[in-house]
Ligand binder design. Structure first.
Ligand code: FAD
Length: 494
């Protein structure tokens, strides 16, 4: 016999609930534990997974394979072209290995839930027990409801309940031990699984050599790296997080999103480490920096709960049906200028170029750039959501969709008339000295002082033009007015 853990977006051995349960079950039955990962090129395609993210996952698997091998646990990696074939292939493998139990952590996206429903049926038919457990959020989706027993759609009251839930249930932040050692015999019995190779990225998801080098030095993979970053952040920066987190020119945030998205770090571990470093058991204790950071981890949970409760948001729909009536523009020149970072709004352009270069964008700039596309250009926000997903190394459906919904006012708690970012004011406030702009928009490197935020409007047009920097593709004031009108026509109200 054997017990199997199926790795998905939980690529770690530490604090992994399903893996821990699988290990306990294997011990109880006196059989080895096998780990498995399925590469599905069709899933990468369908989910718009960025090539940088595919590369990060494959690099992570390499590390994970080594970590597991030290515990005599083989990691078998199978490529299954068609995602429909995944449940069938898994059951075949389980039968081949004589496995009696399959464990996995739950994913809340619609395709994944459908896949798991199919797998549960196939396992049942084959007399294999299957456990799928919630582990991706600190608090499982469905655990928090408002006073009328419904899912919250507004973050602040939800967050209060989230804190109360964690404080009221002592075990929520308990960490799961890594799996135990497999017996030595597992090495012989499953020798071929230990030899299983990490595949290359599928066609359409390959990086150039230069990109491969760039991304792997910027974003080293593996759970040890996640812990190193987490500890460093908690030791050095969490205290000043509240003061500096909105400044894109300062490395003040944790840069852990890629690890949380691929599961090399569990959100629960992140919260419990922050508390431990602050020597407090309470989420509302410790420094305001710590509290604010935990609140951001809360946002991640919030959007996953929203997704679990309103799965239709996975299907290109706004949260409120009436918002389908907003008439979007499909101006290809505008969309392309936005993608390329050539809108003539320096802060937007810097943001979009950071995304291309790093597979990452600072949170403040994600908001500015998203708001600019949806509101100033009135381009269908779904095109932006898609573009982000295709380029983010930390691409996560729920957080990305939630962030776009927030900025385009098409998601939960929409505030269309209050949430139109003014790119110039945002730029002056959060990148006051222009460090971020000059880093990413090389054409503006030589523009000194405040003109960097608006070279053409502030007397440096000649220099900007000579350096090849474009003029604004749309004016600010008129775009804002057009946006308000268009939203009013679509949804009514002010
Ligand atoms: P920190 O500031 O250190 O925050 C810690 C962690 O909290 C993050 O790693 C992340 O997991 C979580 N978090 C922080 N802010 C948010 C937020 N607003 N919503 C949800 N979770 C949050 N985040 C993703 O992980 N993947 C995405 O695809 C993604 N797309 C976004 C799209 C838009 C339009 C917007 C506005 C935000 C998006 N975010 C996304 C959220 C946020 O921008 C990133 O999580 C953050 O910038 C990552 O940097 P960090 O790890 O240094 O964050």
């Amino acid at each position: 016999g054997a017990v199997v853990h199926w790795f998905k977006s939980d690529l770690r051995t530490r604090d992994n609930k399903a893996l821990h349960m699988a290990s306990e079950k294997a011990k109880e039955k006196g059989v080895p534990l096998i780990a498995m990962y399925i590469v599905s090129p069709q899933d990468f395609e369908a989910h718009l997974t960025a090539p940088a993210r595919v590369d990060f996952i494959l690099r992570t698997l390499e590390v994970l394979k080594e970590v597991l091998a030290q515990l005599n646990i083989p990691l078998h990696i199978a490529t299954v072209e068609k995602r429909k074939a995944i449940p069938g292939r898994i059951v075949e493998l389980l039968k081949e290995w004589g496995a009696s139990h399959l464990f996995a952590n739950m994913e809340y996206e619609v395709d994944e839930l459908r896949r798991e429903a199919g797998l549960v049926r196939s396992c049942l038919e084959n007399d294999i027990a299957m456990d799928v457990v919630p582990d991706t959020c600190v608090v499982a989706a469905g655990e928090i409801e408002n006073s009328t027993g419904k899912q919250y759609s507004v973050f602040t009251p939800w967050f209060r309940s989230w804190i109360a839930y964690i404080h009221g249930n002592g075990h929520v932040l308990d960490i799961f031990e890594p799996p135990g050692m497999n017996p030595d015999s597992a090495r012989d019995r499953f020798a071929d699984l230990f030899e299983s190779k990490i595949p290359d990225a599928p066609d359409g998801k390959k990086l150039s050599d230069e990109e491969k080098k760039r991304f792997s030095s910027m974003w080293p993979a593996g759970e040890h790296e996640a812990h190193r970053r987490l500890n460093k952040f908690c030791e050095e920066r969490i205290g000043s997080y509240i003061a500096q987190r909105d400044l894109p020119g300062v490395a003040a945030t944790s840069a852990l999103s890629v690890h949380l998205a691929s599961g090399t770090l569990n959100a629960r571990t992140a919260v419990s480490s922050a508390l431990a470093h602050s020597h407090t058991p309470r989420l509302d204790g410790g420094s305001t920096g710590m509290q604010t950071w935990i609140r951001e981890i809360g946002w991640r949970d919030f959007y996953k709960h929203v997704l679990a409760h309103w799965p239709y948001i996975c299907m290109n729909k706004p949260w409120k049906a009436t918002y389908s009536n907003i008439e979007w523009e499909y101006n290809p020149a505008h969309f392309e200028a936005w993608c390329a970072g050539r809108t003539g709004y320096p802060i937007v352009d810097a943001a979009m170029r950071q995304l291309r270069h790093c597979g990452y964008m600072h949170n403040r700039c994600r908001m500015i750039a998203a708001s600019f596309l949806a509101k100033h250009l009135l381009v269908d926000w779904r095109m932006g959501e898609r573009y982000f997903m295709e380029h983010l190394i930390d691409g996560d459906f729920a957080s990305n969709n939630g962030g776009w919904g927030y900025c385009a006012s098409t998601g939960v708690d929409p505030q269309p008339y209050f949430r139109i970012f003014n790119p110039l004011l945002q730029s002056e406030k959060f990148d006051a000295d222009g460090v971020y702009i000059r880093t990413w928009v090389k054409e503006l490197e030589g523009i000194g002082g405040r003109a960097v935020h608006d070279p053409y409007g502030r007397g440096k047009g000649e220099e900007a033009r000579l350096a090849g920097y474009s003029e604004r593709i749309v004016p600010h004031k008129e775009s804002r007015e057009r946006c308000i009108e268009r939203y009013q026509e679509g949804i009514g109200g002010t």
